[in-house]
Design a binder for this molecule. Sequence first.
Ligand SMILES: [Ca+2]
Ligand SMILES: [Ca+2]
Ligand SMILES: [Ca+2]
Length: 210
Amino acid sequence: MTRAIAIAAVLASASSAQAGIMRITEWMYSGSTSEYIEFCNIGVTPTDMTGWSYDDSTQTPGSVDLSLFGMVMPGECVILAESTAGAFNSGWSLGGTVKIIGGNTENLGRNDEINLYNYRGDLIDRLTYGDQTFPGTIRTQNFSGWVSADGFGENDLSDWTLSSIGDLQGSVMSAQGDIGSPGRHVPNIPEPSSLALLGLGAVALFRRRR
Ligand SMILES: [Ca+2]
Ligand SMILES: [Ca+2]
Ligand SMILES: [Ca+2]
């Protein structure tokens, strides 16, 4: 690689690290409160979601309008739910602090797909899942799944963990008995296999350092 190209590559990676980056960070395909999907801005600048959209396995940009999320700040997480926004907010005791779009009609099944599109209809993130389609992977019924840092935007189910109360995402139980962490995401959790290698002591150290 020539020096000029090397510098250009470094600049390109630096600028992409600066942009707002929306990712699928949690999902529950079936819940007593509601099925839901969480999208978080893991970048360092705001993302304007005006004109953005969601679809399930039919993969059609524009299917479900996400414009109501508006400007999403770095670190902010937003929710698309099947229930009304009000029912979701009260079921999870969110106190009105999380942007929720309710009434999603492109619903998630046990084996399905989550697609996030920007205002141009470009695919921004995708998660194809299903414990029957992909045996041995998590089934997010009444327990959501969350992605570790290694898995952002990779569509790789090995980077996803089933939620449990008090886990690394600080998951809680909804009023209706579902377990998850809708509306917030701890972004820098290594994937499950590296956590297992590190052992619990290292996890405790990791949490203290945060
Ligand atoms: Ca579906
Ligand atoms: Ca469902
Ligand atoms: Ca979450």
